[in-house]
Design a protein. Structure first.
Length: 213
């Protein structure tokens, strides 16, 4: 971070940011792209997401994933360097589903473990939409097994088509209907300033990500 930025950038916590935005909108839906599950406590996250879904009138999509940078995980959990983050995501997605639906939830996994947790209120949406975010083959497998959607990032149409086939195969293996799984690709968009459009010269550019459902 110090090598790239002289001053640290502001990365706002998404769920708190969405609560601010939800209070000022009525129809806009809010999708995390993504919540890094290895950095979260599952019962607390379930409580936060369910609360936001209630207060927004059911306008939340929970995109989850492993996270790009293992060093961030190790900075938070320096004593857990041998933990496989993918295991946390697999177990976390299953655990969240229990917390969103069961009166009293217990989960005993290798990395995620809690006992007799009551989490209320439940989300407005049933099922609460959980999307698997990322491009790795493991992400496509998770989308087919556990998720309501797959959220790939900046792939070509051909890559997305191949990924959708993987999601459908994983869904079929899990006894699920792959055609019911949403595909929500993220695309990078660069926007040029007025000077760029008039003269064709290179000018200031900014970029943003959008999600297409």
């Amino acid at each position: 971070m110090q090598k790239e930025f002289s001053d640290p950038p502001n990365f706002f916590e998404p769920l708190i940011t969405f609560s601010y935005c939800a209070a000022r909108t009525t129809t806009l839906r809010f999708a995390t792209g993504i919540i890094v599950l290895p950095m979260r406590n599952m019962p607390v996250l379930a409580k936060q997401v369910a609360t936001l879904d209630q207060l927004s009138g059911g306008r939340v999509i929970l995109g989850v994933g492993t996270g790009a940078y293992r060093e961030e995980y190790e900075a938070l959990f320096p004593d857990a360097r041998d933990v496989r983050r993918g295991t946390i995501v697999d177990e976390g997605m299953q655990a969240l589903r229990l917390l969103f639906t069961e009166r009293r939830a217990t989960f005993r996994g290798r990395a995620v473990h809690f006992e007799e947790v009551e989490c209320f209120p439940k989300p407005v949406q049933n099922p609460m939409p959980i999307y698997a975010g990322g491009n790795h083959s493991e992400v496509r497998r998770r989308a087919g097994q556990y998720a309501q959607g797959w959220m790939p990032a900046v792939l070509s149409p051909e890559e997305i088509e191949r990924g959708v086939a993987d999601v459908h195969r994983a869904a079929a293996a899990a006894g699920r209907d792959g055609s019911a799984i949403d595909i929500a690709p993220q695309f990078a968009v660069s926007i040029g300033g007025p000077t760029t459009r008039r003269s064709g010269a290179s000018g200031p550019r900014s970029s943003s990500s959008i999600s297409s459902r």
